[in-house]
Design a protein around this ligand. Structure first.
Ligand code: APR
Ligand code: ZN
Length: 365
């Protein structure tokens, strides 16, 4: 059995998505069928459209989604029909050494990056041919089949648009600040790039009490949003950026976050922090983009440069706590949503993103 599902698919070489109807199979053992409530339009989807990363093709795009469990496969015990879930774009295998050590964010058994279910199959077809769910989510589709470990139950009071963003940008930003950097109250931070991910970093910095919080972006609109989210200083990048940050922080920020995915901004990150500071790469650059760092200067000043993938999120731990922080009014995720759109408007959302417009577009089903 299968069901038709309106979906936005990407074919290698195309910069836009094709709206079509795919077939979604019934959930097999260990997997669940989710009726999508909302899907965010994220910078990582754009990387794929712009040819920055290679993937199996064709692909149902979208990896930032939330919805309702419609059916469960044999042996599923974590969720039940009717539960509201946030989808994780890196499902843990739960068996490898990393998973068993509580570090499921570096799981070696997951097939998420191959866009495959744990048994190596894809639940999607188009005209009988296989189609792949991006990062084994494929949330730009009315239905998805995902592994049980990639569907995390959350309270029903959390609206789907908010829940979808918790699944990627908010978890990534919060995790970079809390799980990876470990920012302490009263310490300074600079955030370079204040799109959906950068604004999520600012929300988390405000929550943990960082001060000052310096936002850097090319777009005046994005900087206005950053101010609204809790940034105390807003800067447009220039040749004097490091000097401006030093002046505002008394010698350099304790923490710096890159949330664009650009080689040059990653290379400039260590210049924004003080000796002993921590620079965190959150934005993901195109494949094969080596960066050049002055290793002697880094070592002599005791600075760290670390990578943060998905904020080292443990979905089963972090999604529910982010949902609770939202419900308690401590993490106003809803303010990230600049545009609620239909699936058919997805290409316009990517065009707006390429122009540096909109904080976050969310597709509502
Ligand atoms: N200097 C400063 N800001 C810049 C620059 C630059 N040279 N170039 C782009 N920006 C800003 C844009 O104006 C925009 O506000 O970076 C921001 C990027 O935001 P989005 O396009 O909304 O992307 P987002 O979804 O936030 O993702 C950012 O994180 O997870 C990764 O793959 C994702 O690499 C992507 C990054
Ligand atoms: Zn994302």
């Amino acid at each position: 059995m299968s069901r038709p599902s309106r979906a936005a698919i990407h074919r290698i070489g195309s910069r836009s998505l094709e709206l079509t109807t795919v077939e979604v199979a019934d959930p097999g053992p260990g997997t669940v069928l989710v009726r999508m409530g909302a899907s965010g339009v994220c910078g990582s989807d754009r990387h794929v459209l712009d040819g920055d990363w290679t993937l199996p093709s064709p692909t149902v795009m979208g990896h930032e989604g939330a919805g309702t469990v419609e059916a469960i496969g044999d042996g599923v015990i974590d969720v039940q029909v009717g539960d509201h879930v946030i989808l994780s774009w890196f499902y843990p295998c739960r068996r490898c050494t990393a998973c068993l050590s509580g570090k499921s964010y570096v799981c070696t058994g997951s097939r998420s990056e191959e866009c495959l279910l744990p048994d190596g199959s894809t639940p999607l077809t188009l005209g009988g041919d296989p189609v792949f769910p991006y990062l084994t989510v494929g949330s730009m589709s009315e239905y998805a089949v995902v592994p049980e470990a990639g569907a995390i139950r959350i309270p029903k009071e959390v609206p789907f648009d908010v829940a979808s963003l918790i699944g990627c940008s908010v978890a990534t930003g919060f995790g970079a600040v809390v799980n990876d950097a470990g920012v302490e109250a009263g310490t300074s931070a600079v955030v370079v790039g204040t799109g959906g991910v950068g604004l999520s970093i600012i929300l988390a910095l405000r929550l943990v009490g960082a001060h000052p919080i310096i936002a850097v972006d090319l777009s005046e609109d994005k900087l206005a949003a950053a101010k609204d989210f809790g940034a105390t200083h807003m800067l447009v990048p220039s040749a004097n950026l490091a000097e401006e940050v030093r002046d505002l922080t008394g010698g350099g920020a304790a923490y710096a976050f890159e949330a664009i995915g650009r080689v040059q901004t990653i290379e400039s990150l260590p210049s924004l922090i003080a000796a002993g500071g921590k620079a965190v790469i959150v934005g993901l650059p195109p494949e094969d983009s080596p960066v050049s760092i002055d290793a002697l200067a880094l070592a002599e000043s005791g600075k760290s440069l670390i990578g943060s993938n998905y904020g080292s999120t443990v979905p089963g731990r972090d999604f529910p706590r982010l949902a609770e922080l939202y419900l308690a009014g401590r993490l106003p995720v809803d303010r990230l949503i600049s545009d609620r759109i239909g699936l058919d408007e997805v290409n316009e959302a990517f065009d707006a993103m390429r122009r540096g417009e909109r904080a976050r577009s969310v597709i509502v089903f």
